[in-house]
Design a protein around this ligand. Structure first.
Ligand code: ADE
Ligand code: ZN
Length: 327
């Protein structure tokens, strides 16, 4: 086993964090009050008590309700600063943040308000804690491809504020190929492309994320373990998997952390990383994920810890010179 102190002290990159999923109940209530938004919960405790999920959709319903308190540029700034402060404590030195513009634009919040608040926080976090970061714009897959195209158009005046696009929200029934054209357009624009696949969805969704969307990383991807040919492809091409262990347990992908397939995925040569997904909802930040994973899975030792940290830097979208500096 690896000492918790060593796991916590390892420098790491976080590549799968939905910034809206970092919104703690206390901040949800504070922002609700500041903005005059009514919440269907009486207290922080009542809200937290609702965080008992049975699957992805049961979580998403509450996650979108929580995001309803975000209205102003300052709200997005405050949310991201609270994330960066905790990330710095966890020795996260680089973070690539997902954000869900459609969750906000559907409520009348201009996309520029979202992007500028997050960007101001990124700059402040770099200055205060030396954390480098980037934004990845996610399309909500339960909405149409036309809506994704509209979102892309609306975001293009801020093209230099984000490095890529992703695909999140309800996976089952919304396969990657639903977004083939908008992802092709994003690739033409020189954006990085990633997608959630194989969290609840079948290995076929990982295949189509690779072959149709031509993604550079798979978010989650744990169900790859069910398909030997897919495992070989992912290992041969070193396609990174951004694995989120506490998320998988909270959303009942696995009944218990001791059943998590991370050791098998790593042993098969896949470029796995550990990430927090939605830390406010799933019981912890980056280091909480590392600690829970290593505690429940004694197959993971020092060699695996080093590999996971190294993978997080290799899988990031920073330039080669920056990567060389990290090595
Ligand atoms: N949005 C926020 N977290 C998500 C997850 N784990 N899967 C899909 N969509 C999400
Ligand atoms: Zn996610």
């Amino acid at each position: 086993t690896v000492s918790p102190a060593l796991l916590c002290a390892l420098p790491k990159a976080e590549l799968h964090i939905h910034i809206e999923g970092s919104l703690e109940p206390e901040l949800i209530f504070a922002l609700a009050q500041r903005n005059g938004v009514a919440l269907p919960y009486d207290s922080v405790e009542a809200l937290r008590a609702a965080y008992a999920f049975t699957d992805l959709q049961s979580f998403l319903d509450i996650y979108y309700a929580g995001a309803s308190v975000l209205l102003k540029e300052q709200d997005f700034f405050d949310m991201a600063m609270a994330y960066f402060e905790r990330a710095a404590q966890d020795n996260v030195v680089h973070a690539e943040l997902f954000f869900d513009p459609q969750t906000h634009t559907e409520r009348g919040v201009p996309i520029g308000v979202v992007i500028e608040g997050l960007t101001r926080a990124r700059r402040e976090a770099q200055a205060r804690w030396g954390i480098s970061s980037a934004l990845i714009l996610c399309f909500l897959r339960h909405l149409s491809q036309a809506s994704a195209f509209e979102t892309l158009e609306a975001a293009l005046p801020w093209r230099d504020h984000f490095i890529g696009v992703g695909l999140d929200s309800s996976e089952l029934g919304h396969p990657p190929e639903k977004f083939a054209e908008v992802f092709a357009r994003c690739r033409e624009l020189g954006l990085h492309v990633v997608a959630h696949a194989g969290e609840e969805g079948p290995p076929a969704y990982i295949w189509s994320a690779l072959e149709v969307l031509k993604v550079e990383r798979i978010d989650h991807g744990v169900r790859a373990i069910e398909d030997a040919a897919l495992m070989q492809r992912l290992a041969a091409e070193r396609v990174p998997l951004t694995v989120c262990p506490l998320s998988n347990v909270k959303l009942c992908v696995y009944p218990h952390m001791s059943q998590h397939q991370l050791p098998a995925l790593l042993a098969a040569g896949l470029a796995c990383t550990i990430n927090s997904d939605d830390p406010a909802y799933f019981g912890g930040t980056m280091n909480a994920n590392w600690l829970a994973t290593f505690e429940a899975l004694p197959q993971l030792g020092l060699a695996e810890a080093r590999k996971l940290a190294l993978n997080s830097f290799e899988a990031s979208f920073v330039d080669e010179a920056t990567k060389a500096g990290w090595r």
